[in-house]
Structure formats: C-alpha cells, structure tokens
Design a binder for this molecule. Structure first.
Ligand SMILES: C[S@@+](CC[C@H](N)C(=O)[O-])C[C@H]1O[C@@H](n2cnc3c(N)ncnc32)[C@H](O)[C@@H]1O
Length: 302
C-alpha cells in the first residue's frame, strides 16, 4: 500500500482483483473518497469480490476483463488517468484449490483433475484442447520457452504419440506421459510442475498479456503515479524487470550509435532497484507468498 501511495482523493486500478484482498486494503487506505476500478477475467472471483467490497458503495467498480484492456475499461468509465495500478499476477489461492479448474495437481487426486487452466472458464481453449490440437513443434516451443524445460522436444513427441492412443484429459494423463518421457527427474519440484506451468502460460497467453498490460498501465498513469507488479515466477519477473529498465532508460538506439536519434525520453523511475520479497512473518502466515516478487515504479512527466 505504501509503494502504491494509497491515499484519499486518488484513483487506483487493481488489474487482478481476485477475491478482493488488495482491493479492500486500497479502498480502506484511500477513504473517504478514493476510487478503485477492479478487473479480473474470472467471473466467480469478481462475484466474491463484489460481496466483499459492497460496503465501499460507489467508490468501487468491478469489470470482467483482462488487464490487457485496462485502457478501454477506464475510458468506458470516463476515467482518463489514474494514480496507481496494481497487478498481482497468476492464479489466486481459491483458483488453485478448486480441482475442476485444473491449476494444481496432486498425485492423489490427479485422475480427477481436469486439464482446464483457463482464467476465464467461459471462453477459450482448455489445456486438454491445446494438448489435443497443437503441433509437436508448437508443444516443444511452449515447453522450452514457458517451462524452460530440458527435454521439451522429447516431451512434445511423447504427447503426440500418446494422444494417438487416447486424448489426454486429466492431470494424471499428463503426469504419466511426463514420466514416460523421463522429464525433470532429480529436480527439486515434482517433474510435472514446469510442464503444468508452461501449459497454463500457453492457455492464457500470459506473457503477451503481461507485456500488453504493462504498456496499458503506463499509458494511463499520471505523472507521479505508481505501478506495482507482483510476479511469481522468473519468466514474468523478467518481463517486468526488462520493461522497467527499458522505460527508465528511454533511448532505444543501438549501443554502437554515437548519438541518440530515437529521441525517446525515460517514462519511469524505479522505486526500488531490486525486488521486494516477503518478510519472514508473511512467509510463516502465508507460505504461498514464498515465490512472490514485487517491483514498483513511478511514472515520470511525459
Ligand atoms: C494472485 S490472484 C490476485 C489475488 C488478489 N490480489 C486478491 O487480493 O485476492 C491473480 C488474479 O488475476 C486474475 N488474472 C490473471 N490474468 C489476468 C488478466 N490477464 N487480466 C485480469 N485478471 C487476470 C486471476 O483470475 C486471479 O484472480
């Protein structure tokens, strides 16, 4: 809340409102007249957030949309500029714990866990659809880029062979093929963890969404406004870090050029050069925060 500089008479966007935990803190911290626009792709999360945030009345508006569309959502609310944008990426604890959403797998229940993984379960293709339809090259590309997985080609081939016999429908089907392809043996995590991560990123086009969401956030922030992003794995964090570095530098001319010809000015100032990590007390109270990294930046005058 302090990095977002939450306070009265300001307008904030929570681009990943989820079950409304951060949103509630922003609304409390911006009383009596601060406003919040909350976005999420997940209708069920938004309904729960709506109930939680009802006491704040007209100070809050919730919209089912991707943070990619943040600019259009604000325009529809006749809001041109905001004082702060928060993105808390990935999936919520509630989504993780709902077996039918397929975001998490546990060996014991894997045969009942559908391969869905959509943030908005009312539209788009599920993980099972992608596993059934994607070419071997595309699968290998996803596992390589989104899972940073050694053996991505071997796994892609194993999936294509397995689906000739029967479609992969459950987490257990995918775990079995991952094992047969000898993926991730001897690693700290379950061998299928990075396979699931890669599929989830592909199903929701998460990295492109993040790049577009960051650009949209920058385009609506007032000078002095803050952008705070919490990410949970290195692929997301790298995009946030590189975007902040690029916007802080301004100039995009090749380093060998003797003088700047692009004329681009810095648009951001990083509030912390490094990431903010959870304190030990937070880790003890909320072990799922262990991989969280927060980066914060301030919009400069154009
Ligand atoms: C870590 S949770 C956020 C939890 C929230 N901060 C809270 O206090 O309850 C991430 C949320 O982002 C949503 N989400 C993921 N990608 C999104 C996107 N591109 N646009 C909007 N919401 C998204 C998910 O549906 C999920 O509810």
């Amino acid at each position: 809340m302090s990095l977002l500089r939450v306070g009265p008479s300001r307008t904030f966007v929570d681009g990943t409102v989820g079950y409304g935990g951060h949103a509630e803190a922003i609304l409390q911290g911006s009383a009596p007249d601060g406003r919040l626009v909350g976005l999420d792709l997940d209708a069920e999360a938004l309904a729960a957030a709506g109930e939680r945030l009802a006491p704040f009345g007209e100070r809050v508006v919730l919209v089912q949309a991707s943070f990619r569309q943040l600019r259009d959502v604000l325009r529809a609310q006749a809001i041109r500029e905001v004082d702060g944008v928060l993105l808390d990426l990935g999936v919520s604890s509630v989504q993780l714990d709902r077996r039918e959403r397929g975001f998490r797998f546990a060996e014991e229940t894997a045969s009942e866990t559908a391969l869905d993984m959509r943030m908005d379960p009312s539209r788009g293709e599920t993980a099972a659809d992608l596993l059934a339809e994607a070419s071997e090259e595309t699968l290998a590309d996803w596992f390589g880029r989104y899972g940073e997985l050694p053996g991505s080609h071997r796994l892609a081939r194993a999936i294509v062979e397995a689906r000739r016999e029967a479609p992969l429908r459950t987490a257990a089907d995918l775990i079995r093929v991952t094992r047969e392809a000898r993926i991730g043996r001897g690693r700290r995590h379950h061998p299928a963890t990075l396979v699931f991560q890669a599929l989830r990123i592909a199903v929701n086009d998460e990295l492109v969404a993040l790049e577009e969401g960051l650009a949209a956030a920058l385009s609506v922030l007032k000078p002095g406004g803050r952008l705070c992003v919490i990410s949970y794995h290195s692929l997301e964090d790298r995009i946030v870090k590189q975007t902040f570095q690029r916007e802080e530098r301004g100039c995009i001319c090749p380093p060998r050029d003797p003088i700047c010809t692009c004329g681009r000015q810095p648009t951001l100032r990083r509030v912390h050069k490094r990431t903010v990590r959870p304190e030990p007390e937070e880790l003890a109270a909320n072990p799922r925060s262990r991989s969280a990294r927060l980066r914060a930046a301030e919009r400069l005058a154009a």
